[in-house]
Write a protein that binds this ligand. Structure first.
Ligand code: NAD
Length: 337
């Protein structure tokens, strides 16, 4: 099938060219995002492939369908950037990669925990400057720390497994109780309990209307003082301004984020020669107990190869049968399991 491939980086071209040896689709790579300005590039392509920072609103989806596109292949697990109702209305099938490496994301969340706790980011700079003072670098044992996992699906369960290895006590919050987590000794509790009892909270639930700003001023007020908050899921789960207020008051002792609500204007691009106009983001970067990474949690070689293989297999399945097991429908959004 002919695929218009948007928002391409060198690593996408590499992994998709390698995977396409098996699938033999006709891929045309475009560097630009899929947007109102670039939509004409997709005309005549039965399939288009996009990433999480391409926003698929009703207008774009209508234009895609009018240009003859039948299939929109997301090379991501998350689909909060697609207007699913509009896609259904214009007859576009949306497919995604439900799992490519939950280990990649869980392991990155752990990297943030370890770096924040033992202040590796600060120690690295100090030692390079010949400053061997350890003042201000005090950490805490993860052994016996209480770790709250919000969203105990594929990634949350692996995160819990690794934390179990440190000897942490596990709390979970999810409407579905995951057997793997129960077998690790995780105790499922209410939102109020997970907030008030955890030393560390890691977010692993999807962004939905229900989870939007799950961590807001009210939630922060209920947190144990000095809590470490980790978000490798989606930026919209956290109300950034309330989180900054929590960091200033000391209620939040550490913040590690791989995702940011306004990340679409920043992440995945080299902006090192430009002035960044997002003052909220810039303020976050000034705080010593905050680590921000630019949506790289998924970025391992295994994950890239799985993303490419599943995306192209989705296209093949749709081409052969007109449907796909990894189709995203309105029901998927309501019940992510
Ligand atoms: P999953 O579907 O396996 O698990 C999500 C879990 O969240 C499910 O158990 C679900 O029941 C639970 N959930 C849904 N609503 C909830 C709520 N209101 N409160 C608590 N729990 C709720 O998904 P996954 O593969 O573990 O991925 C989790 C999220 O990670 C994705 O939605 C995506 O946003 C994010 N992600 C981030 C990256 C990255 O690079 N940073 C990469 C992949 C995925």
């Amino acid at each position: 099938m002919k695929i218009a491939f948007f928002n391409t980086k060198s690593y996408d071209r590499q992994s998709f060219k390698a995977a396409n040896q098996k699938h033999q689709h006709e891929i045309v790579f475009f560097e630009s995002h899929l947007s109102d300005e670039t939509i004409s590039l997709a005309a005549g392509f039965p399939a288009a492939c996009v990433f999480i920072n391409d926003y698929l609103d009703a207008k774009i989806l209508e234009n895609l369908a009018q240009g003859g596109t039948k299939l929109l292949a997301l090379r991501s697990a998350g689909f909060n950037h697609v207007d699913l109702a509009a896609a259904a209305r214009v007859g576009l099938t949306i497919v995604r990669v439900p799992a490519y490496s939950p280990y990649a994301v869980a392991e990155h969340a752990i990297a943030l925990v370890l770096c924040l706790n033992r202040k590796v980011h600060r120690a690295y700079n100090r030692v390079r400057e010949g400053n061997f003072s350890i003042e201000g670098l005090l950490g805490f044992d993860l052994h016996s720390a209480t770790v709250g996992v919000i969203g105990t699906g594929k990634i949350g369960a692996i995160f819990a497994q690794i934390m179990k290895g440190f000897g942490s006590k596990l709390l979970g919050y999810d409407s579905y109780q995951n057997l793997t987590c129960l077998n690790l000794g995780m105790e499922y509790v209410s939102m109020a309990e997970i907030l008030s009892q955890s030393d560390i909270i890691s977010l692993h639930c999807p962004l939905t209307p229900e989870t939007y700003h799950l961590i807001d001023a009210e939630a922060i007020a209920q947190m144990k003082s000095g809590l470490m908050l980790i978000n490798t899921s989606r930026g919209g789960l956290i109300d950034t301004q309330s989180t900054i207020d929590g960091l200033k008051s000391g209620k939040i002792g550490y913040l590690g984020i791989d995702v940011y609500e306004q990340e679409a204007d920043l992440f995945f691009e080299d902006l090192s020669n430009q002035v960044i106009h997002d003052d909220t983001f810039q303020l976050l970067l000034t705080l010593p107990n905050v680590i921000v990474t630019g949506h790289q949690a998924f970025f391992t070689s295994q994950a890239l190869s799985n993303i490419a293989d599943t995306t192209l297999a989705n296209v093949t399945e749709f081409e052969r049968s007109g449907s796909c097991k990894n189709e995203v429908k309105m029901e998927t959004a309501i019940a992510p399991k």
